[in-house]
Design a protein around this ligand. Structure first.
Ligand code: TXA
Ligand code: MG
Length: 318
C-alpha cells in the first residue's frame, strides 16, 4: 500500500524519480506526475486505466507560469486567472510545444490550473516542473475527496499519498475554453457560472451529447459508483424498489416515509457548498454498503447546485 503522510520532501523525492504521488487540492485529490516527462505521464494513464484520448490537466504553482506553457493568454482568460486563481477553475488555452502531446491527447489546447491547497501549492513551488494530475480514481469512478478514498482504490499502485485532509470544495474544477476569446464552459464545477459571468459577461455552457463529448469527463456516464443511482424521491420509485435494498441521498431534509438511517443528508442547513463537499463521500459510502439502489434528490439548479446536479445525472447514467 502507499505511504500516507504530509511530508513534502517525500513527495518531491518520488516525483523527481518519475513516480506518481497523489496530491490534495481544494476540489478533489489528483494523481500527480511530472507533466513534462512523457514516460511519467504514460504511467498516469496506465495506473488510472484511462483511455489515451482523455487529456490531463496541468497544475502550476504561480500565475506567472501560465504564459510559459501556453502560446497566448487571451484577455478574458487573463481576467479569470487574475480573479479566480488559485481556485477551482481550469483554463483551456493553446499549448506550447514543451507540453508533451500525450498530456493533451494530441489536442492543441492544454488545461491549466492553479489549485488552492496550501500543501500542494508548497509542493508545486518546490518542483522544477508542473504536475499533470487527473482525479486520483480509476477511470469513470467517483473522484476521491480524502486520502483514504485514494488509498482504497489506488494505494497498491502508487508510492505516496500527500494527505491534505478532506477537500474543502469536493467537486472538480470548472473547465473553461475560449472561442475567439468567448468563454465556453466545458465542465461545470467548483467555480460557479454566476461568479464567472460576473467577471467576463455571459458564457455558454456546452451541452454534451454522449456520442461526441468535447472531453471524456463530459461523457454522459462518468463519476459513477458501482450501485445504480436513480434521480428523484422515494415516491417516484416505491412501487418498484424494496426498502431494504435502497438508500437515499437527500439535499437538506430526510424524506418521511423512508427509514432515516438509510438517508444521507448533504447539508441540513441547505448550503450548496456543504452539499458539494459531502457528495462524493456519500456516493462512496453507499457504494460499500449491501444495497442495490441509491435514490438521489436533485438540489436547487443554481450556483454550485448546477455542478452537483450534473454529477448526479452522470452518476445515474453509469
Ligand atoms: O478539479 C480538478 O479539475 C481535478 C483536480 C485534481 O485538479 N482534476 C480533474 O482531472 O478532475 P480529470 O482528469 O479527472 O478531469 C479533467 C477533465 C477531463 O474530462 C478531460 O477530458 C478534460 O478535463 N480536459 C483536459 N484537457 C482538456 C483539453 N485540452 N480540452 C478539453 N478537455 C480537456
Ligand atoms: Mg476525473
Amino acid at each position: 500500500m502507499a505511504v500516507i503522510g504530509k511530508d513534502i520532501d517525500q513527495a518531491i523525492h518520488f516525483l523527481n524519480r518519475g513516480e506518481l504521488v497523489a496530491v490534495p487540492t481544494e476540489t478533489v485529490y489528483g494523481l500527480g506526475g511530472n507533466a513534462l516527462n512523457p514516460e511519467t505521464v504514460l504511467k498516469i494513464f496506465k495506473v488510472k486505466e484511462r483511455p489515451s484520448f482523455d487529456p490531463l490537466i496541468v497544475h502550476i504553482g504561480q500565475k506567472e507560469q501560465l504564459s510559459s506553457f501556453v502560446l497566448e493568454v487571451t484577455p478574458k482568460a487573463r481576467l479569470l486567472a487574475e480573479r479566480f486563481w488559485p481556485g477551482p477553475l481550469t483554463l483551456l488555452l493553446q499549448k506550447r510545444e514543451m507540453i508533451p502531446d500525450i498530456v493533451t491527447s494530441g489536442l492543441k489546447t492544454v488545461g491549466i490550473r492553479l489549485p488552492d491547497h496550501p500543501l500542494t501549492l508548497a509542493l508545486l513551488n518546490r518542483l522544477d516542473y508542473p504536475l499533470a494530475a487527473p482525479s486520483a480514481n480509476p477511470f469513470g469512478y467517483v473522484s476521491p475527496t480524502t486520502a483514504d478514498h485514494v488509498n482504497d482504490q489506488m494505494g497498491s499502485k502508487i508510492s505516496y499519498i500527500l494527505d491534505g485532509g478532506a477537500c474543502p470544495v469536493g467537486i472538480e474544477s470548472t473547465i473553461i475554453g475560449f472561442e475567439n476569446d468567448d468563454p465556453v464552459v466545458h465542465r461545470l464545477g467548483g467555480k460557479t457560472v454566476e461568479s464567472i459571468e460576473a467577471v467576463v459577461g455571459p458564457v455558454r455552457v456546452l451541452q454534451q451529447s454522449s456520442s461526441r463529448p468535447s472531453a471524456p469527463g463530459m461523457l454522459q456516464s462518468h463519476y459513477a459508483p458501482g450501485k445504480q443511482v436513480l434521480i428523484g424521491s422515494w415516491s417516484d420509485y416505491r412501487d418498484k424498489l424494496q426498502t431494504d435494498r435502497t438508500v437515499m441521498i437527500r439535499f437538506r431534509k430526510p424524506e418521511s416515509g423512508f427509514p432515516h438511517d438509510r438517508q444521507f443528508i448533504l447539508s441540513s442547513a441547505g448550503n450548496l457548498s456543504e452539499a458539494a463537499k459531502n457528495l462524493f463521500a456519500a456516493l462512496r459510502l453507499y457504494d460499500t454498503m449491501p444495497v442495490d439502489f441509491i435514490i438521489a434528490e436533485p438540489v436547487p439548479e443554481e450556483g454550485l447546485g448546477r455542478a452537483i446536479n450534473d454529477r448526479l445525472r452522470r452518476a445515474a447514467a453509469g
